[in-house]
Design a protein around this ligand. Structure first.
Ligand code: HEC
Length: 254
């Protein structure tokens, strides 16, 4: 009965009860921030309670004082001296330790193109090839106009009439259609790279680009080789971007 009247024991019981009620008695559970705030207030109230008069305070401190000084409690004292730092250390460790996390989905948006592709039974070198239509500077405007037409017939639904990837269908797709106005797309790619992507589309992407449910269609059965070069010219002309050159690429890689 003596122990029940002890201020220290009472304080501990009230504290534990309050914690149990707040932690497990409330549905849905209160967040930790709220819980710790309430427990802080309860601790303050308990401190006021046990220190309300001198006897009460002495009563409260006595068990702690005895544990720390009385020869009878040597063993307990030694245990506490080791246990408290160990527990604190363990707590710090659990807070700092890395938690297992699902790996982020890494996928290459611009994977390395194959050296060459089969296009309607013909082998086309991707590495090193330039847009053949650019040789004839006099026909430039005409090729761009044809490319424009091809774009409006085939690509505008996804890549948008402003070439910014915001076509009618764009919002239904993940990944979204490429935004050609963005310097991160065609401006840093070679025309040969675009040829490969337009000819082979999402299905032609290599493994390092998966998991990637790209809806970019493969156009090799619908557009001719010439039409693909034409639409590429339109993409660059409309956006005012310059394709990356093979010489420039060589330079950059050295
Ligand atoms: C059904 C929607 C759809 C249509 C139609 C479509 N595309 Fe795409 N396109 C995409 C999506 C989605 C991506 C982004 C994913 C990817 O790279 O495969 C993309 C990517 C591209 C890329 C790669 C850009 C980069 O930065 O790697 C090019 C080039 C491209 N499209 C050109 C075209 C051209 C030219 C046409 C018309 C002949 C066309 N697309 C029609 C959906 C479409």
């Amino acid at each position: 009965m003596n122990v029940l009247r002890s201020r220290f024991f009472q304080a501990v019981v009230i504290w534990v009860l309050a914690f149990a009620i707040l932690r497990f008695g409330i549905r849905p559970p209160a967040p930790w921030s709220v819980l710790s705030l309430y427990m802080f207030i309860i601790s303050l109230a308990l401190l006021v309670f046990v220190s309300s008069d001198r006897d009460s305070w002495r009563d409260f401190v006595r068990p702690m004082w005895l544990t720390l000084t009385d020869p009878r409690y040597r063993v307990l004292r030694t245990v506490i001296v080791f246990a408290v730092p160990l527990l604190l250390g363990y707590y710090a460790y659990t807070q700092a330790a890395a938690r297992p996390q699902a790996p982020p989905e890494l996928r290459a948006v611009h994977p390395a193109p194959p050296a060459s592709i089969q296009f309607r039974g013909k082998e086309i070198n991707i590495s090193g090839v330039e847009n053949p239509l650019r040789k004839d500077a006099a026909a430039f405007a005409k090729q761009v106009a044809v490319g424009h037409d091809i774009y409006v017939r085939n690509c505008v639904y996804c890549h948008g009439d402003n070439l910014d990837g915001k076509g009618h269908f764009a919002y239904g797709f993940n990944p979204p259609p490429a935004n050609f106005q963005d310097p991160g797309t065609i401006a840093m790619l070679q025309e040969a790279y675009l040829f490969w992507r337009i000819a082979k589309g999402g299905p032609g992407l290599p493994k390092e680009s998966t998991p990637w449910n790209s809806v970019m269609p493969a156009w090799e059965d619908r557009l001719t080789e010439e039409q693909i070069w034409q639409v590429i010219m339109f993409l660059y002309d409309f956006t005012g971007q310059q394709p990356r050159r093979w010489e420039a690429a060589e330079h950059a890689s050295h």
